[in-house]
Ligand binder design. Structure first.
Ligand code: HDE
Length: 729
């Protein structure tokens, strides 16, 4: 407690306090974080960004820079008296806090983001004049991934579509590609968006269930509104439960129109292809992770970037001639419930994006970023896809409420890196100090500035389109087929993936209370695939209906399956189970081998802290969860550890064999069921058997210490050992 020497205050009344910790200089951002560029709304560079550090220096000030002497006590009339209204610091602090929250996004509220850089390879130069797609051009990007239905605090692993929104800060202004991880959408016309979202969100009476489609209103809508069936089957597949944001594809969904310098146009669909491959969790894993680590995807993305395992995606286009009817091989390119199989129009890679920097402040960047499909740059134009057309209005509009007024482009994360010279003025939160008197065109008072840019100098040109039409509220007949591509998707999956789809439909529909909804959805499945329908019907205890439309059942698109390749293992996590009996020099070499391969080894020990020979526990037997690990290595027989209380809790419901710690038994059992690689030293083989792991099965490696790391890496490259469980459909 320090001495009070304030004028007029009795020295007997102590009012200032020693700091509990010795002040030091404020922490710098981590190496993988840096502040946003500090340019003004009009493009002026303000120099060193005041927003890069939470703390600018050692001394606390008010919002207007007045040094403050104390922030732990309000100004009171005597030490036990009331707080005075004149306490500006109190009012400023509490009032600002009262208004800290802004409305969450009406959809895609739950998200995680990262900065990156996009480099074009020049392959698109012939078909677009977009400056950022010229060979070798590097463009800063900011990407926000999201789930759709859940609130801001919901779990990352919910079965849902994922948003994949990219802002390119190009030299011609911001280009936003606001896509998803599924190439088609639920509806064909934007006017239905409130309907599908109201159906998917929690029921309005009890506000449950959170972040789920497994409820009556969702299935009521998609079974009545069958154009949603194609998107729905993607949700019910493994695509609905990604392993990581780093292992998701991205799709622009709509067909866009590219235009080159000669004015020639090409229709395209945009794709993001993850270098790590497309991988998913199993449904049980997703549910466990939702409880043990609701931040599963957010943490994985930030950890990978912090560790230098920068996620990368190739950016590609499928191209189509810009014909008058905008059809390709019988597919209406304006129908967003249809994709074009890659076998018919291969994806041509036009660049690569690397995410290499974590945000420093979640609110300032990830929350305040806004994306808008109408943010286009010269060389990219829209088509008349009725879903895209509606989106061109909606995204600008929603920010007025969410970000509190029309000046959201001036928020640091949204500012273009290109100069801005607009005639937009005033409004809430105006941060630009605009000079001049003539914010209108033409003018003579400000020298007729700002001047429009002639087309040959690079202004944005909307591609001229001819119209001859009669207004109406109806879709073209080419939008009528709601089932054939859902069937194509299902048939293109491997048997194990098909089994997952069957289980997902069965699970979700079994959560519906109303049997008419279950039956109506079964009718839709009958129009997709007979086996899918009958398997789900069996699970629901209902009869499988006959199709009401002819079911085309031969074509497949192998590119739609996720299974059957080998991929890089960067950033995957391997749990190494140890206890006091483990050979720690072998554990250390395993760790080094895994680290050398870009994999994250995590030592799982009975207690926290040092466990032996310089090896430190990263997880304990009590706090580790199987879902954190893509593979498990057992270096001990894992006899029960002495913290009996937790062990007893974990034992409930488990069938640990004699002499095996129940938590390790559980860990191994789950890794086995989730088709993950499991490796063990010969001494630990009996533990595998006790946990129900078949030591001779695919993806299970029993051998000498030196062989385990290699075996696990080979198994990890295949993602899962699905051969362990031959599919029964
Ligand atoms: Fe969105 N969507 N959407 N959407 N969407 C929003 O914009 C909307 C659609 C997508 O990380 C909202 O700023 C309509 C398709 C992503 O900030 C809102 C329609 C696709 C994100 C909105 C669609 C998307 C959004 C909510 C039907 C994939 C998150 C907050 C016509 C191609 C972006 C906001 C972020 C967000 C409207 C359909 C992707 C309300 C009206 C199709 C990735 O404006």
């Amino acid at each position: 407690m320090s001495e009070n020497n304030l004028p007029g205050v009795p020295t007997s009344q102590p009012i200032s306090y020693d700091e509990p910790t010795t002040p030091t200089d404020p922490p710098k951002p981590k190496p993988d974080q840096a502040g946003p560029a500090n340019v003004s709304a009009t493009g002026a560079d303000y120099g060193a960004a005041p927003t890069t550090n939470a703390q600018q220096g050692r001394r606390l000030t008010s919002a207007v820079g007045v040094p403050l002497r104390n922030t732990d006590h309000s100004l009171t009339a005597g030490p036990r008296g009331p707080i005075l209204l004149q306490d500006q610091h109190f009012r400023e602090k509490i009032s600002h806090f009262d208004h800290e929250r802004i409305p969450e996004r009406v959809v895609h509220a739950r998200g995680a983001a990262a900065h990156g850089v996009f480099e074009a390879n020049g392959a698109a130069e012939k078909i677009t004049r977009a400056a950022f797609l010229k060979k070798g051009v590097q463009t800063d990007t900011f990407v926000r991934f999201s789930t759709v239905l859940g609130s801001r605090g919901s779990a990352d692993t919910a079965r849902d579509t994922r948003g994949f929104a990219t802002k390119f800060y190009t030299t011609d202004g911001n280009y936003d590609l606001v896509g998803n991880n599924i190439p088609v959408f639920f509806i064909q016309d934007a006017i239905k968006f409130p309907d599908i979202i109201h159906a998917g969100k929690p029921h309005p009476d009890r506000e449950i269930p959170q972040a789920q489609s497994a409820h009556d209103t969702f299935w009521d809508f998609v079974s009545l509104h069958t154009e949603g069936q194609h998107h729905t089957i993607w949700n019910m597949s493994d695509r609905g439960i990604p392993r990581s944001l780093r292992t998701m594809e991205g799709f622009g969904i709509h067909t866009f129109r590219l235009v080159n310098d000669a004015g020639e146009t090409t229709l395209v669909k945009f794709h993001w292809k993850p270098k790590l491959g497309v991988h998913s969790t199993t449904w049980e894993e997703a549910q466990i992770a939702g409880g043990t680590d609701p931040d599963f995807h957010r943490r994985d993305l930030a950890d990978a970037i912090e560790a230098g395992a920068y996620p990368q995606w190739d950016f590609g286009v499928q191209t189509f001639p810009d014909t008058e009817d905008q059809m390709f091989e019988g597919i209406d390119l304006l129908d967003p419930t249809k994709m074009v199989p890659e076998e018919l129009a291969p994806v041509q890679i036009i660049g690569t994006m690397t995410l290499n920097r974590n945000p420093i402040n979640y609110f300032a960047e990830t929350e305040q970023v806004m994306f808008n499909p109408a943010n286009l740059v010269p060389g990219i134009d829209v088509t008349y896809d009725p879903l895209l057309q509606g989106r061109l209005f909606s995204y600008q509009d929603t920010q007025l409420t969410r970000l509190g007024g029309p000046n959201f482009q001036q928020i640091p994360i949204n500012r273009p890196h290109a100069p801005v010279n607009d005639m937009l003025r005033d409004g809430f939160h105006q941060a630009g100090v605009h000079g001049g008197v003539a914010a209108y065109h033409p003018n003579s008072l400000d020298g007729n500035n700002p001047l429009p840019t002639p087309p040959e100098e690079g202004s944005y040109i909307e591609v001229p389109q001819r119209f001859e039409a009669v207004t109406d509220r109806k879709k073209a007949a080419t939008f009528d087929d709601h089932f054939s591509q859902a069937g194509l998707f299902y048939r293109s999956l491997t048997p194990v993936e098909q089994e997952h789809v069957i289980s997902a439909y069965t699970f979700e529909l079994s959560k519906c209370w109303d049997e008419t909804i279950r039956k109506r959805q079964l009718q839709a499945l009958a129009n997709i695939d007979a086996t899918l329908c009958s398997e789900v019907a069996t699970g629901l205890g209902l009869d499988a209906p006959s199709p009401t439309e002819p079911v085309e059942d031969t074509a497949t698109s192998p590119a739609l399956s996720q299974v059957g390749g080998e991929w890089p293992v960067d950033g995957r996590q391997v749990g190494i189970v140890v206890d006091g009996s483990s050979d720690f020099s072998a554990v250390s070499s395993m760790r080094s081998a895994l680290l050398g391969a870009g994999v994250v080894p995590l030592v799982v020990a009975p207690t926290a802290g040092k466990i032996g020979d310089g090896v430190v526990a990263n997880r304990t037997w009590a706090n580790a969860s199987s879902v954190e690990f893509d593979a498990v290595i057992l270096t001990t027989a894992a006899a029960p550890a002495p913290d009996a209380r937790t062990a007893r809790d974990a034992k409930a419901g488990q069938n640990a064999g004699p002499g095996v710690d129940p938590r390790i038994d559980k860990l191994l059992g789950e890794a086995w069921r989730h088709a993950k690689a499991i490796a063990a030293l010969p001494d630990a083989e009996s533990t595998l058997t006790a946990a129900g792991v078949d030591a001779g099965a695919p993806g299970v490696i029993v051998g000498a210490a030196g062989d385990l790391g290699t075996g696990v890496l080979a198994a990890l490259a295949k993602h899962r050992a699905w051969e362990r469980f031959p599919a029964s459909v």
